[in-house]
Every structure is written in structure tokens, then in C-alpha cells.
Design a protein around this ligand. Structure first.
Ligand SMILES: [Zn+2]
Length: 230
């Protein structure tokens, strides 16, 4: 099955740990897996997935889940194990975490599809859906803002080559002012901001993080405005 990976920064892992603590989880694993899904699939997550019911994925598969359970697993060929009685419309997503901080989005399924007679394992008293039967992780990825205009799917920008309003913006940039920059400092050079494309003059505050690239360090100076479209 085709899958994809995402590398979390130390700050992002720390944020997931804090979120887990805040909501009273017994460990950080689930929150870290959720954070990995959020970044890899471009879904908003603030300690919980925002507007889960509005993901474009559900329109394509024709069923809206009630909740999403992220599971961090060791094996990259893991299947989904479920005890009887899980709500049918719950979604379970497997995230491989053995190579952390590189995480692999492995696949997913509705609990209802796992709880079929053919997957019942009498010896363990639970359902086991083998890895090969999982749905593709690519279905969870949010569609790009300007899908057809890319020259190459690996281009960093959503609307590469100046076809759209934000030609330099990274796919993993959610458009919000990052809480954690790797660097914020007065710029030595005059370079365009990846978000608004205006030049950040030498001496003005510029910020860098792996999710955003170089952008205005002061959001008030940036011409980019987040449109709340997800
Ligand atoms: Zn800017």
C-alpha cells in the first residue's frame, strides 16, 4: 500500500505532549499520532481535530465519522485490532512511529468495516483487520487549493509558478502565525515572504520554521490573510 511520511519537529512533539497532558491522556502516543496526521494531511488540530465532519474525505467515501482515533504503532505492516462494541462510524487511523521523529501514515478504516465476521479472531476475542485491507492514507489528505495548476506534485508551493495568490507557500503551512519559530530575527537580506510574496526588507523581522519557510516575523507586516476554508 502506498503511504507517506511526515517529520515532526521537537516543538511539535512537545506541543502534542502538552495537549495529551491537558486532556488527561495516560500517555502522549495518541496525541503525537494525531499531530502527525494533522501535519501530513493538512488538517487543523488544536489538541483535537477541528471540524472533523467537514473533511473532504468523507464526501468521497460517502460516510461521516463520529470521531477519529489515532493509533501509534510499531510495525509498519500493522493491522487494526478492535474489541467488539466500538461504534461503527468511528474512524481508526494507524501511524507508524518506530522511526520517530519520522512518522508514517499507514492507513485507516471505519470501525464498522473492521467488525465483520471474517475478521473475528476467536482466540483473542477481538476483530483483526489485516494491513492489506486498510484504506489508503492518501484519502485523508486535504485537497490542495489549486490542484490542477502544479507543474509537479513535489513542488513546494500550492500554486507554483505564480498562477495563484500565494505562489511560495508550503503545503504544510497552515497560515497561522507559528507559535514556535526556529529563528526570528531582523533579516540580513531583502527576500520575499513565502506567504504574501512581499519583500521583507533588510532589518525587518523575519521568521523561519520548517512548516512555513521564510516569512514575515511580524504578522502585522505580512500581507497574507488566512481564509478559514477548511
Ligand atoms: Zn508576508
Amino acid at each position: 500500500m502506498s503511504r507517506f511520511t511526515i517529520t515532526l519537529t521537537l516543538d511539535e512533539i512537545a506541543a502534542a505532549r502538552r495537549a495529551a497532558q491537558k486532556r488527561g491522556d495516560t500517555g502522549p502516543k495518541r496525541a503525537i499520532a494525531e499531530k502527525a496526521i494533522s501535519l501530513a494531511c493538512r488538517r487543523r488540530w488544536e489538541g483535537t481535530f477541528q471540524k472533523l465532519e467537514r473533511w473532504d474525505t468523507w464526501k468521497k467515501v460517502g460516510k461521516v465519522p463520529s470521531s477519529l482515533e489515532a493509533r501509534l504503532v510499531e510495525s509498519t505492516v500493522a493491522g487494526i485490532e478492535l474489541v467488539d462494541g466500538t461504534p461503527d462510524d468511528e474512524v481508526i487511523v494507524l501511524v507508524g512511529g518506530r522511526e520517530a521523529p519520522v512518522f508514517v501514515i499507514l492507513g485507516w478504516a471505519f470501525a464498522g468495516d473492521v467488525q465483520q465476521d471474517k475478521y473475528w479472531r476467536e482466540t483473542d476475542q477481538k476483530f483483526v483487520m489485516p494491513h492489506a485491507d486498510l484504506r489508503s492514507p492518501w484519502q485523508l489528505k486535504r485537497e490542495r487549493r489549486s490542484r490542477g495548476r502544479r507543474l509537479n506534485p513535489n513542488d513546494p508551493a500550492d500554486d507554483f509558478a505564480g498562477h495563484g495568490p500565494w505562489p511560495g507557500m508550503f503545503d504544510t503551512d497552515d497560515g497561522r502565525h507559528p507559535k514556535h519559530y526556529c529563528h526570528v530575527r531582523p533579516s540580513k537580506w531583502a527576500l520575499p515572504c513565502r506567504r504574501c510574496q512581499r519583500i521583507v526588507p533588510a532589518g525587518a523581522l523575519s521568521g523561519w520554521s520548517p512548516r512555513t519557510g521564510w516569512i514575515h516575523g511580524n504578522p502585522k507586516e505580512c500581507g497574507f490573510r488566512l481564509d478559514d476554508d477548511d
